[in-house]
Design a protein around this ligand. Structure first.
Ligand code: NOJ
Ligand code: NOJ
Length: 837
C-alpha cells in the first residue's frame, strides 16, 4: 500500500487524498466499540526559512516540512492553498510584499494545517539616472506600436482600410492578427513611463503606410511589415488624412525627454503577391506599380520563387520572402525612392533605423544605403544633432551558419551594425532553458575573436552589436520556461553585457501569453501595465549604471569565473571597472575561490543593494590587473554587481558611423574627453590629420572626417598631453554609388569555389584576392553567370577583374587586360563583362 502511494503521489494527489479521506471515514464509522479507532496522523505544518517581517533586500524563502515524504503546496497571492496550488520545488525569490501560505501533505497522512508568513519588501529607490547623449550609454526599448497604447481612437478603424480592427484587442482580443488600436499618439502619451525607466531610445515598428487589405487569411498588417507607400505614415498609426503630425509630435516629445527614436524600415519588399493589393508600390500617394503591372524592361521587383535554401547567397538576395513582392533595390528608381524615404524620415527627426531583413536585401547595395545616411546632414548642410544616426540591421543567423562570415564581413566593411542574433540563442538557452553559461561565454569569445574554422573575422566593434533576449518574432522567454527571476537575470545580463541592449516592451511587466508556445502573434501582446514593480526598479538601477559608468557602455568584457550556473564577468574602460556575478541555480549557493579582478583592493557593497539577492565583495592585494578577491559565497538565484568609477583620461568607446568618406561628421563617444575642447586626430600609418570639431563635450565629440586615403584609420581624442586609445575607423573613397557587376562565361566551379571581384579602389579590395579583402562572394544565378553589386566612389574611373577563389586560398584570375568602367555620379551603375580566358 505505501509503496503504491509513494509512486502515484505526485501524479494524482487530489484523487489520492480524497480516497484516503473516504477510507478514514468508513473505518471511523464502522466497528466502533470492537476495534480501537484508527486515527490517521496529520502532516506537520510547513515552516519558512525566513522570519516574517519587513526587509529591504530580496529574500530567498525555503519552505520545509518535518513529515517524511510531505509535498508542499503554496500560494503567494493570499489565497488559501489547496492540493492544486503550486508544488514547492525550490526556494522562492521574494521581491515584492507577499504573504506566503503553504500546506503539506504526506502519503497516508491527512493534510497539514496552513502556515503563513507575511513579508514586507521595501527596496531602496534606484540611483538617479544621469542624462546621456549616446545610445551606448543606455538601452533601446522595442515597441510594436499597434500593441502598446491607444492614444487616439479616431484612427482605430480608418475608412481606407476599414474592417481590420478588433475593438477588444487591448482587453480581450478575438483576433490577434488584426489592428488593436495602438498608435504613435499612444507612445507619445507614455513617454513619462519610458523616461522613468531610463530608456535611451525607442525602436518603433514600421510606421509607414501599409497595405489597406488583409492577406489571403484576412490578416492585417498591424505589424507594419507589408508596406505600400514608404513616403507616408500609416493611417492607423497617424491619422486618416495621412499627415506626419503624429510622427512629428512623437519625435518632438521624445527628444524633449532625451529619448531617441529608431524607426524600423523595410527595404526588402512591399506586400503580399496575388492578394490584397498585389505588392502595390506608391510614391507619396501616387501608384507606381504592382506585381502584375511590373512588366517593363527594368523591373521594380524580382519575379522569383520563394526562397528555399537559406544558405544560397543568390536565393537570399534575389528570391522572394514569404510571398512578399521582392524589391530590386538596384533598379535606379527603387534606389532613389528607398533612399528618399530614409532621408525623409531623417528630416522628420528619426535618430536611426532598424533595417528589416537585411540578409534578403542586396548586400552590396546596402553599403550605399549606410553611406547615404552617413552623408545626410540635414537641410542646413550641417549636423542637426551631435549624435549621428545609429543603424542596426536584422540578419537572422547563428554563428555556426554557413554564411556567418558573410554577415561579419558585411557589417565590418559597410559600417552597418547587426542585431546580435548569434548571441540570442545562447541567451535563451541559459535563462529560459537552464543550459550552461558556457554557451554564452563561448559565443562572446567567438564573436570577438572570430571562429577558427571559417573565413569569419572578429566583429569590428562588439559594443555596437545590438543584444536582446525577446522580440516580436520569437516567443518571449517566459513562454519558453523562464520565471520572473529568470527574466530579471536576463535583463541584468543584457544590460551589463557588451553591446547596445534591447528590452522588448512588456519584458519589465512580465508580459507573456503562452498560447501556441507564445509564438507570433502571441508575442505581440497588449501592453499590460505601466506600473512600477521589482523589474522596473531593476531596469532603473541598470540604466543608471550604464549612464554613469563608461565601462558598461564601452568597455571590454572578460570572463572571470564560470560554471554551468555561475557567470562572473568584468567590464573595463581605463580605470572604470564593473564586475557582475550571476548565479542562476535554483537552490545551490556557490562558494567562489580564486576570483581575480581589476577592481582595486577594497570592500565593495552590491550596487543593486541586495535587490537581486547580491552580496558584497572584498578585494585584496595591490592594485593591478589580477587582484585576488577573498573567498565568498554567491547565493543561488542572485545577481551581484561591484563597481569602481574613476575619472578617466580620454577613452573612446565608439565612433558613429564607423565607415564614412571624408567630409562626413562622425560622433566620437566615450569618457574623459574634458569639458574644454581638445583635438580629434585621424591617424593612418605615419600620417596624422586633425579633424574639424563641430561639437565638444566630456563624453561626446562631433568631428568631420578629414581628407585621408581610403582604408583603415585610427581615431584618437587628445586632451592636453593625454591621448586616448585609437578607435578603428574605415575611410571610404567617396560618396558611394551602387554598381551592378555581372560576368558571363565563368569557368566551371567546384562546390567550394567562390567568384570574387577585385580592383583598383579600396571598396574593391585594392586588388586583394583574399576572401575578406576582395568584394564578394558574387552570387551565382545560373551556371557560368555571376552577379555582384558593389558600392563604389561616385564618378571614379576604376579597373577590375573577376577571379575564382578556391577554398585553400589559391585563385584563378581572368586573363588579359583589366576591365574598366566609370562609376556614375548618381543613380546605379552597370558593368557587364564576359569572362576573359
Ligand atoms: C523580419 C521582421 O522582424 C518580421 O517581423 C517580418 O515579418 C519579416 N522581417 C518580414 O518583413
Ligand atoms: C506574419 C508576421 O507576423 C509578419 O511579421 C510578417 O511580415 C508576415 N508574417 C510575413 O508575411
Amino acid at each position: 500500500m505505501s509503496l503504491f502511494v509513494r509512486s502515484v503521489r505526485f501524479k494524482i494527489p487530489v484523487l489520492l487524498f480524497t480516497a484516503l479521506i473516504l477510507l478514514t471515514g468508513c473505518q471511523g464509522g464502522g466497528a466502533a466499540g470492537t476495534v480501537p479507532p484508527v486515527t490517521t496522523p496529520q502532516t506537520g505544518a510547513p515552516t519558512f526559512s525566513v522570519t516574517p517581517g519587513a526587509y529591504t533586500t530580496l529574500q530567498s524563502v525555503a519552505i520545509a516540512d518535518a513529515t517524511p515524504g510531505a509535498a508542499i503546496y503554496y500560494t503567494t497571492n493570499g489565497a488559501t492553498p489547496t492540493l492544486s496550488s503550486s508544488l514547492y520545488k525550490a526556494p522562492l525569490a521574494i521581491a515584492t510584499t507577499t504573504t506566503l501560505k503553504a500546506l503539506a501533505a504526506a502519503p497516508g497522512d491527512t493534510i497539514s494545517s496552513v502556515s503563513q508568513a507575511a513579508y514586507t519588501i521595501n527596496f531602496p529607490p534606484a540611483p538617479t539616472i544621469s542624462a546621456i547623449s549616446d545610445i551606448h550609454q543606455g538601452f533601446i526599448y522595442q515597441i510594436v506600436t499597434d500593441r502598446f497604447f491607444n492614444g487616439d481612437a479616431s484612427n482605430d478603424n480608418p475608412s481606407q482600410s476599414a474592417g481590420l480592427f478588433d475593438p477588444n484587442g487591448f482587453t480581450d482580443p478575438s483576433n490577434w492578427r488584426f489592428y488593436w488600436g495602438g498608435d504613435l499618439a499612444g507612445i507619445t502619451q507614455k513617454l513619462g513611463y519610458l523616461k522613468s525607466l531610463g530608456v535611451a531610445a525607442i525602436w518603433i515598428s514600421p510606421p509607414i503606410d501599409n497595405v489597406n487589405a488583409g492577406d489571403s487569411g484576412g490578416n492585417a498588417p498591424y505589424h507594419g511589415y507589408w508596406p505600400r507607400d514608404m513616403m507616408r505614415i500609416d493611417e492607423h498609426f497617424g491619422d486618416a488624412s495621412i499627415s506626419w503630425s503624429a510622427f512629428d509630435n512623437l519625435i518632438a516629445a521624445a527628444h524633449s525627454n532625451n529619448i531617441k527614436v529608431i524607426v524600423d524600415f523595410v527595404a526588402n519588399h512591399t506586400n503580399n503577391i496575388g492578394v490584397g493589393e498585389n505588392g502595390a508600390l506608391y510614391n507619396n500617394g501616387v501608384k507606381v506599380t504592382d506585381f502584375s503591372s511590373d512588366t517593363g524592361t527594368v523591373s521594380y521587383f524580382h519575379h522569383t520563387p520563394n526562397m528555399t535554401n537559406f544558405d544560397d547567397r543568390y536565393q537570399l538576395q534575389y528570391h522572394t520572402l514569404f510571398g512578399l513582392a521582392d524589391l530590386d533595390q538596384t533598379n535606379s528608381w527603387v534606389d532613389t525612392y528607398l533612399k528618399g524615404a530614409i532621408t525623409q524620415l531623417l528630416s522628420h527627426g528619426a535618430d536611426g533605423f532598424r533595417f528589416d531583413a537585411i540578409k534578403h536585401v542586396n548586400w552590396g547595395w546596402q553599403y550605399s544605403l549606410e553611406n547615404t545616411v552617413a552623408n545626410w546632414t540635414g537641410a542646413a548642410g550641417l549636423p542637426t544633432s551631435t549624435d549621428r544616426p545609429f543603424l542596426v540591421g536584422e540578419w537572422l543567423e547563428g554563428s555556426g551558419d554557413a554564411l556567418y562570415a558573410d554577415s561579419v564581413k558585411f557589417s565590418n566593411r559597410s559600417g552597418m551594425n547587426l542585431l546580435d542574433y548569434p548571441l540570442y540563442s545562447p541567451i535563451v538557452d541559459v535563462f529560459a532553458k537552464d543550459k550552461s553559461f558556457t554557451e554564452i561565454d563561448n559565443e562572446l569569445t567567438l564573436e570577438s575573436a572570430g571562429p577558427s574554422n571559417s573565413n569569419a573575422q572578429p566583429v569590428a566593434q562588439p559594443n555596437d552589436l545590438v543584444t536582446f533576449f525577446d522580440n516580436h518574432d520569437n516567443a518571449r522567454i517566459q513562454s519558453l520556461g523562464a520565471d520572473t527571476m529568470a527574466v530579471k537575470q536576463a535583463i541584468s545580463f543584457v544590460l551589463t553585457c557588451r553591446g547596445v541592449p534591447v528590452l522588448y516592451y512588456g519584458d519589465e511587466q512580465y508580459l507573456h501569453n503562452d498560447t501556441s508556445g507564445g509564438n507570433d502573434p502571441y508575442d505581440r501582446n497588449a501592453m499590460s501595465s505601466f506600473a512600477s514593480n521589482d523589474a522596473t526598479l531593476l531596469v532603473q538601477y541598470l540604466a543608471a549604471l550604464r549612464a554613469a559608468n563608461p565601462a558598461v557602455a564601452y568597455g571590454s568584457l572578460q570572463q572571470r569565473w564560470i560554471n554551468d550556473d555561475v557567470y562572473v564577468y568584468e567590464r573595463k574602460l581605463g580605470p572604470n571597472v564593473v564586475l557582475i556575478a550571476i548565479n542562476k541555480s535554483k537552490s545551490l549557493d556557490q562558494p567562489i575561490s580564486g576570483l581575480d579582478t581589476y577592481l582595486p583592493p577594497a570592500t565593495y557593497s552590491d550596487y543593486l543593494a541586495g535587490t537581486m539577492g547580491g552580496v558584497s565583495l572584498t578585494v585584496t592585494g595591490t592594485a593591478g590587473t589580477n587582484n585576488p578577491a577573498s573567498n565568498f559565497t554567491l547565493p543561488h538565484r542572485s545577481v551581484s554587481i561591484w563597481v569602481s568609477a574613476q575619472p578617466v583620461s580620454p577613452a573612446i568607446g565608439s565612433v558613429t558611423p564607423r565607415v564614412a568618406n571624408s567630409g562626413v561628421p562622425v560622433t566620437v563617444s566615450g569618457a574623459g574627453f574634458g569639458s574644454a575642447a581638445g583635438t580629434v586626430n585621424f591617424v593612418q600609418g605615419s600620417t596624422t590629420l586633425l579633424a574639424t570639431v563641430n561639437h565638444w563635450s566630456d563624453g561626446q565629440v562631433t568631428a568631420i572626417v578629414p581628407s585621408l586615403n581610403a582604408g583603415a584609420a585610427q581615431v584618437t581624442v587628445n586632451q592636453g598631453t593625454a591621448v586616448s586609445n585609437g578607435a578603428s575607423f574605415v575611410v571610404s573613397s567617396g560618396v558611394l554609388i551602387p554598381v551592378n557587376f555581372s560576368v558571363s562565361g565563368v569557368p566551371a566551379l567546384a562546390a567550394t569555389d567562390v567568384v570574387m571581384l577585385t580592383g583598383s579602389v579600396a571598396e574593391l579590395g585594392n586588388w586583394s584576392t583574399a576572401w575578406n579583402g576582395a568584394s564578394g562572394p558574387a552570387v551565382i544565378p545560373s551556371a557560368q553567370n555571376a552577379l555582384l553589386t558593389v558600392s563604389l566612389p561616385a564618378g571614379a574611373a576604376i579597373e577590375f577583374k573577376f577571379l575564382i577563389l578556391h577554398a585553400n586560398g589559391s585563385v584563378v584570375w581572368e586573363t588579359g587586360a583589366n576591365h574598366s568602367t566609370t562609376v556614375p555620379s548618381s543613380g546605379v551603375g552597370e558593368a557587364a563583362v564576359n569572362w576573359q580566358n
